[in-house]
Write a protein that binds this ligand. Structure first.
Ligand code: HEM
Length: 415
């Protein structure tokens, strides 16, 4: 049996908080491996990265999700009782509910709603003052996704609800006040959406047919039972929150356009380069660092032992930057996606494997569509410049953003 490299530190949780996105790769490079063990969150844990490891990780016969994600992530980011923690037929049923919402025409529609919101705001940005993109894109996405999902959202509530979504996204890997804001954000958002679900069920709010609100509020499991109100709220928030989180990719896309101005002209020239550009933004920039699972039954893999119930982390960021998969992984080169075919285990910004049969992100197509719209608007609908500001990404912070929030100046709409 191969000896699995073991990190010698008695407990690695603090190192993870210190090193962030590079924690797993740092050790893989140190031990010249794609698998090692360490104590993490007070228990022995197996860390994996790379294509072969991802293929293993997304095998539902080997791993389960129930009890895998740390509690602090559930209390802020994902909530409890949702699709992320389900396995087997219960997962298949719940995931089919999500994927039924993601038809090509629905994906196109949310893209249009977002672009409409952007154009409305663009008219206001023309006043001359600086525009902080971080403060603008989340509310636009929230308005768009609520309109799309059938969730009523009075304009007076946009700021507050956006803050709740942002707090949930920011909360899982944070300590102290940032984490507490995440807990509060989740509590309040769940109360809001659970109440809405109830009103749809008793008929005092009409949910548009086929909308996420209608589909989730009315979903029945294999035994014909409606989802408990709180779980339905968790699932609807599983649509709203991550759509708002696409604002981070939009900021990264704006940053990439700034750092690689030649790509501004290339994406203006056509659809294909826009697709490559968006994929490279998803590969290159850091967002979701890892996915969690637990071993179902003991097994050996390339001579490494996986005992029952052992927690396993797959490094998503490190796989997207793996030198064995990507040439010059630390360079931003959208042209690498020319002629590229889906690689469900080598390219995993939103998880790997299959959408319907596994835990790969249900919102991947929506994400790509929203990013394409944003890149089209940034390059084709407006002129602006970036004044001097701090754009350096801190990879030790999870999730991370340019500290300035991306300030645009002299914004003008183009005819
Ligand atoms: C799952 C990333 C946008 C809905 C996931 C996973 C990741 C991820 C890493 C977990 C994969 C795993 O556990 O193996 C992202 C990123 C996004 C994004 C980086 C862009 C900001 C979206 C959007 C939606 C969405 C727009 C819905 C409209 C979901 C759902 C799951 C999920 C429902 C759970 C799937 C399951 O457990 O079967 N996402 N996501 N995500 N995502 Fe996303």
């Amino acid at each position: 049996m191969a000896t699995t490299p073991a990190d010698r530190s008695p407990e690695s949780t603090l190192a993870f908080f210190r090193e962030g996105y590079r924690f797993i790769s740092n050790r893989c490079e140190r031990y010249d491996t794609d698998i090692f063990t360490a104590r993490f969150l007070l228990e022995p844990t197996i860390f994996l990265r790379g294509r072969a490891a991802a293929e293993l990780f997304y095998d539902p016969e080997r791993f389960r999700r129930a009890g895998a994600a740390p509690k602090r992530g559930q209390r802020t980011l994902t909530g409890q009782g949702g699709v992320q923690g389900l396995d087997g037929p219960a997962h298949t049923d719940r995931k089919a509910m999500f994927m039924s919402i993601m038809t090509p025409s629905a994906v196109e529609r949310i893209g249009r709603l977002f672009a409409d919101e952007w154009r409305i705001r663009l008219a206001a940005w023309g006043g001359g003052g600086p525009v902080v993109l971080r403060d603008e894109v989340g509310p636009m996405l929230l308005r768009a996704v609520c309109a799309w999902a059938g969730v009523p959202l009075p304009e007076s509530e946009v700021g507050r609800r956006n803050a709740q979504m942002q707090a949930m996204i920011d909360g899982p890997a944070a300590l102290g006040p940032r984490h507490w804001r995440g807990l509060r954000g989740r509590l309040r958002a769940e109360r809001w959406i659970a109440d809405l679900v109830e009103r749809v069920r008793v008929g005092t709010v009409a949910a548009p047919e086929g909308s996420a609100l209608a589909v989730i509020a009315e979903h029945r499991d294999a035994e014909g039972r409606l989802l408990p109100r709180r779980v339905a709220a968790v699932e609807l928030i599983n649509v709203l929150r991550p759509t708002v989180a696409v604002d981070r990719y939009v900021l990264f896309a704006a940053l990439a356009l700034h750092d690689h101005p030649d790509w501004r002209d290339r994406v203006r020239a056509g659809d294909e380069p826009t697709e490559w550009f968006v994929q490279e933004v998803r590969r290159y920039y850091p967002f979701f660092p890892v996915a969690f699972a637990r071993v179902r039954h003991p097994f050996e893999w390339h001579g490494h032992h996986f005992p029952t119930d052992r927690r396993v982390l797959l490094d998503l960021y490190g796989t997207n930057h793996h030198p064995g998969i990507w040439s010059e992984p630390e360079r931003f080169r959208p042209e690498r996606f020319a002629g590229w075919r889906d690689d469900p285990y080598g390219f995993v910004p939103q998880g790997g494997g299959s959408h319907l049969g596994g835990h790969r992100c249900a919102g991947e197509w929506i994400t790509i569509e929203l990013m394409k719209q944003a890149v089209g608007l940034l390059t084709g609908a407006m002129d602006y410049r970036l004044p001097p500001q701090d754009l350096a990404l801190d990879l030790s912070k999870v999730p991370t953003l340019p500290p300035s929030g991306l300030v645009l100046a002299d914004v003008r709409g183009m005819p």
